[in-house]
Design a protein around this ligand. Structure first.
Ligand SMILES: NC(=O)C1=CN([C@@H]2O[C@H](COP(=O)(O)OP(=O)(O)OC[C@H]3O[C@@H](n4cnc5c(N)ncnc54)[C@H](OP(=O)(O)O)[C@@H]3O)[C@@H](O)[C@H]2O)C=CC1
Ligand SMILES: Nc1c(N[C@@H]2O[C@H](COP(=O)(O)O)[C@@H](O)[C@H]2O)[nH]c(=O)[nH]c1=O
Length: 485
């Protein structure tokens, strides 16, 4: 059975989906699957810009299978995909079906997405996946149903191979958020370019360039879709990289350098933070004078008692980072894989041979001695990019939301033996949780009275800014009158 999209320019309808042969229920599933996939594709158009929110896409289709309107969330804080789609569809929304790659995050009293669908007269909503965050999960679906709208969730209300594939595309476009919901580290992708004989540089360390220009543009896109790019100290010394996204649009990720020695050059492209910030993570106490030099250039230095990929990733998870692109050499890559923080691998293989028994390879020592120990990638994809072959796959599967996160109605205590009010346990607010505005890293400002008898108020950009105020400052907290905006 085939589904085709035909462009129609004479009306606000964008295109028409037509089905050929097959029985009705299969047609029904195929249509739903195709529109859900389209919603997932749309949602990915703003990858990197919506973080820490998910990528949302919405397609409004009439009962005759015509697309009446489409929308996707452009960036954090902009109009929801659902509102844009019903605006585009206009009167065609009445009685239509809305396809959403993900249940809307009906967050902190903001009902814009649900209201837009209800007010537009949508009759049925098909949802690819429920919202992965526990406190948002199920609320929008319940709200829509309370307005008499039929809501179908893929994998819950009906199942078939074609719908399962569509659901998978919804999991893929929001893999970073789903990992956030289920683990304590950001979603990490290890990317490298290697020659056909498996080298990521010549034995001299020279690596510019292995992959083609077209492949490197794809890398810029990957960077643009990530919250941060990370390299090891040796890559900074060898390559003096910029690590910017230069594909001409969108977001540029934070650059992170992981170095134990802090033995880095005084001048480097990464120390130019005029357009993008750089964070250097290092061992506590390493080269204090160099730390000062970096700070004077505007580079943030974060010291760790135990500098290893897991500690570093847990730290960036707490800072709200959703996705990290590892562009390091084999030494750090091996350490990151061994620490189980790499979820996906993206390799550009160039049809070149450089040779050299000492030339570096993409992954250093993992301590494996037999081929049976090799890590097998799953969901592997192959794509030709110019002269190169792009091979990608997952080292860890995307957690399946169905069994891992129960719906809000069926929520049970994860560990009933842990009492959240036990005094010895400290719980930190996270930006994406309920009351996330109290997190140190939330961008919400806080406002405090300046003194006991003074009507003046001081405002700090975030809780972290407030924390940085010296304890003996007259600005210190005198009463607990938090006002978050
Ligand atoms: N073709 C490609 O895609 C790429 C090629 N390259 C090439 O690879 C070569 C560099 O490879 P490589 O030396 O492996 O570089 P890495 O980027 O892996 O850097 C290794 C360094 O990372 C730092 N580090 C911090 N913590 C750890 C840890 N827990 N485990 C391991 N390392 C840690 C150390 O820095 P420190 O010594 O400062 O303490 C270490 O020396 C260069 O020739 C470069 O051109 C690099 C990236 C991609
Ligand atoms: N040599 C090599 C790559 N090398 C990676 O790209 C970094 C340089 O980035 P930039 O300075 O922003 O252009 C370098 O430090 C290393 O991490 N990448 C690739 O896609 N293909 C290549 O052939």
């Amino acid at each position: 059975m085939a589904l085709s999209f035909r462009i129609c320019s004479s009306s606000p309808l964008i295109c028409r989906a037509t089905l050929s042969n097959g029985d009705n229920s299969r047609n029904y599933h195929t249509t739903d699957a195709a529109f859900i996939r389209r919603a997932a594709d749309l949602s990915e158009m703003s990858a990197g810009l919506t973080s820490p929110h998910p990528n949302f896409g919405c397609v409004i289709a009439t009962s005759s299978g015509k697309v009446a309107g489409e929308g996707y969330l452009y960036a954090q804080g902009t109009k929801p995909a659902e509102a844009l789609a019903v605006e585009a569809a206009g009167e065609f929304s009445r009685g239509a079906t809305a396809y959403l790659n993900m249940e809307p995050g009906d967050c902190h009293g903001d009902h814009t997405a649900v209201s837009a669908l209800v007010q537009a007269g949508i009759e049925r909503v098909v949802v690819g996946i429920r919202h992965p965050l526990q406190h948002l999960r199920g609320s929008a679906i319940r709200e829509l149903r309370s307005h008499g709208i039929e809501v179908n969730v893929l994998g819950e209300d009906f199942e078939s191979k074609v719908l399962e594939d569509a659901r998978k595309s919804c999991l893929l476009v929001n893999a970073p958020l789903i990992h956030r919901a289920c683990s304590r580290v950001p979603f990490s992708v290890l990317k490298y370019a290697m020659t056909l004989d498996g080298k990521i540089a010549a034995s001299s360390g020279h690596a510019a360039w292995i992959s083609s220009k077209l492949s490197r543009t794809r890398v810029f896109e990957l960077r643009g879709g990530s919250d941060a790019v990370i390299v090891g100290g040796n890559t900074v010394r060898q390559d003096d990289p910029r690590l910017t996204a230069r594909h001409g649009q969108g977001h540029t990720p934070t650059r992170i350098v992981m170095t134990q020695s802090l033995d880095l050059p005084e001048k480097a492209n990464l120390w130019d933070v005029s357009e993008v910030s750089t964070i250097v993570v290092t061992q506590r106490g390493a080269r204090k004078s160099f730390q000062k030099l970096l700070a004077s250039k505007g580079v943030e230095v974060v010291e760790f008692d135990m500098l290893n990929p897991r500690e570093v990733m847990e730290y960036f998870h707490l800072r709200g980072y959703l996705s990290i692109l590892w562009e390091c050499g084999g030494t750090l890559a091996a350490s990151a894989i061994s620490s189980s923080v790499i979820h996906k691998v993206v390799a550009f293989v160039a049809p070149k041979i450089i040779g050299g028994s000492k030339a570096p390879s993409p992954v250093g020592d993992l301590g494996m001695v037999e081929m049976t120990q090799a890590l097998n990638l799953i969901d592997v994809c192959y794509e030709q990019v110019g002269p190169d072959m792009l091979v990608s796959g997952f080292l860890q599967p995307i957690p399946d939301l169905l069994p891992v996160i129960p719906s809000e109605d069926a929520t049970v205590e994860i560990d009933p033996s842990v009492d959240p009010f036990e005094p010895s346990i400290i719980f930190f607010y996270k930006t994406w949780d309920l009351y996330g505005s109290f997190s140190n890293f939330s961008p919400h400002p806080i406002r405090m009275p300046y003194g006991e008898e003074n009507d003046d108020y001081m405002t700090w950009s975030s809780v972290e800014h407030y924390y940085q105020v010296p304890h003996n400052s007259p600005c210190k907290m005198v009463s607990c009158s938090f006002k978050t905006t």
